[in-house]
Design a protein around this ligand. Structure first.
Ligand code: NDP
Length: 244
């Protein structure tokens, strides 16, 4: 098994939930983590926590919708730690609603963050990884990347897209590893932006089935720790014995 020690791992959307937890899990195993999100107060608190536990961390404001900001985030990581071994494209939003509610702004928001954000991460990291001859891109999709539930059509479409992008990346490169992670329901703030009442009610039922975000962090750790010639392409992590 390859070691995580000193690997430079960039994590988008690290100010809460899965990203925050993954940063803790990986830093505790010796990775040098670079965390980004828009809420820098949260990043600062997380960085202090990781450092006081003996971990190595840098943080920077990041809006994944802006390709220049993503480029600056990856450049910052290179300036601080000299390389980019792993990029975890985790930032995402999920304002669910039925299509008939015509929440076009929310559809576009999901497309911007979940699809364009992932592509911007790849655009910033891939050339550097190719130049150094190795790298690992980990994209966070969802079980919604396989199955569409009512109120989740657009969200699922973005996660289908993340799955397609991951598969394309894997097939196009024999140097860059690519893992797509498909979480089931995870305890986080993701559902907090749902304004639609129907969707909120549906999510309440699902939330009872949620697992903790560190389970996703451990799955990501597993993928990174494989030897360089082993590519873990897909990991589904969901609550035991549910159809969700
Ligand atoms: P959270 O809402 O807790 O975290 C989402 C993170 O994304 C936050 O850190 C937020 O930071 C960040 N983010 C949102 N918009 C942007 C942006 N424009 N630029 C940079 N960062 C942004 O949710 P989760 O941890 O649950 O979600 C993480 C990922 O996991 C998402 O891709 C989600 O779709 C996926 N997922 C989650 C599941 C769940 O049940 N929770 C299930 C399946 C997949 P900030 O607001 O500070 O910018």
């Amino acid at each position: 098994m390859a070691s995580l020690a000193n690997k430079v791992v960039l994590i988008t959307g690290a100010s809460s939930g899965i990203g925050e937890s993954t940063a803790r899990v990986l830093a505790a195993s010796g990775a040098r983590v670079v965390i980004g999100a828009r809420r820098t107060d949260r990043l600062e608190t997380l960085a202090e926590e990781i450092e006081s536990a003996g971990g190595s961390v840098r943080y920077r404001k990041l809006d994944v919708v802006d390709p220049d900001d993503m480029e600056a985030f990856v450049a910052f990581a290179c300036a601080e730690f000299g390389q980019v071994d792993v990029l975890v494209n985790n930032a995402g939003v999920m304002p669910l609603s039925p299509l008939s509610a015509l929440k076009i702004d929310e559809w576009n928001w999901m497309i911007d963050v979940n699809i364009r954000g992932t592509l911007h991460g790849i655009a910033a990291a891939l050339p550097r990884m190719e130049a150094q001859g190795h790298g690992h891109i980990i994209n966070v999709s969802s079980v919604g990347g396989f199955v569409v539930q009512p109120t989740a059509a657009v969200y699922a479409a973005t996660k289908f897209a993340v799955r397609a992008i991951s598969e394309g990346l894997r097939k196009e490169s024999d140097k860059i590893r690519c893992t797509c992670v498909y979480p089931g329901v995870v305890e986080s703030e993701l559902a907090d932006t749902i304004s639609d009442e129907t969707a909120r009610e549906r999510m309440k039922a699902y939330r009872k089935l949620s697992i903790q975000p560190d389970a996703i962090g451990r799955a990501i750790q597993f993928a990174i720790e494989q030897p360089n010639d082993v590519d873990v392409n897909e990991i589904v992590v969901r609550p035991l014995m549910t159809q969700v």
